[in-house]
Design a protein around this ligand. Sequence first.
Ligand SMILES: [Zn+2]
Length: 312
Amino acid sequence: MVARTKCTRAGTEPRPLRSGPRKVLKSRVYFYFVMPELPEVETIVRGLHASLMGCTISEIEVLWARSILPPDPAAFARALTGRSIINVKRRGKWIVISLDDDTALLIHLRMTGRLVLGPGERPSDRHARVMFSLDDGRSLHFCDQRKFGRLQLMDDPTEVLGELGPEPLADDFTAQRLAKILAPRRGRIKPLLLNQRFLVGLGNIYTDEALWKARLHPLRLANTFTSAEIQRLHQAIQTTLRAAIASGGSTLSDAAYRRVDGQAGEFTDQLAVYGRAEQPCPRCGATIERIRVSQRSTHFCPHCQPSPESQT
Ligand SMILES: [Zn+2]
């Protein structure tokens, strides 16, 4: 029950992105380093929930201090050592691990964070940043190649989670509620759907997929949708997220996302437009285009998703 902390290179800032996400070429299909979104986080949470309930944390080793917020590895390890895990759930893209002293460990994977559950030996993964030893001999490793992921121990998690928008798969997230929150918005729909204060869980992949499924152009203004279009968007968001969860999320060619058992997500083959510029639209055969919207690479079908200009 000894808390060990070992901090290496703690004074070094994470390297910023040089010019946006790194492009990974793979024949005509390209992917980027992308953040895990709702389906990936939900898959991880389900895996953790099934494996960690009732476990006690016996030892913690912090290998990269800045993965911890605030960055005090010794206090972090002291507070968590001996704590039992009583629940694991998801809120937006946050993993929320509830502990037996009414505190909560919040984990955000950001771009390349991964949680790996396995037998107790030290992993060969050189990207391990924080290692939790469990009382049953297993260990949970937080690995993070690019070091943007964060772990935060909180007395009151609502300080962080309270600012988030509604959950898109919650029972009370109806098309009427979507219409209500869209009405006062004047911006374009793609960046709005990425805004976690507006709606949680969607990132670049599933926003592009949902807009394609709803046949809505990513540059449409949020307050210009008809009620039929809002119905389509609501249904597209939910069906896209549910299908992705059912397939364990999407593991792209960067392989940053993995389930806690190390398996890849299998939704990648079902992506219709994301990462598929210059390929035929699966619905109409037109060539999928890629544009930049708010600095984010955005994929759409110019035939199925008519531009705002063509509708005026
Ligand atoms: Zn199309």
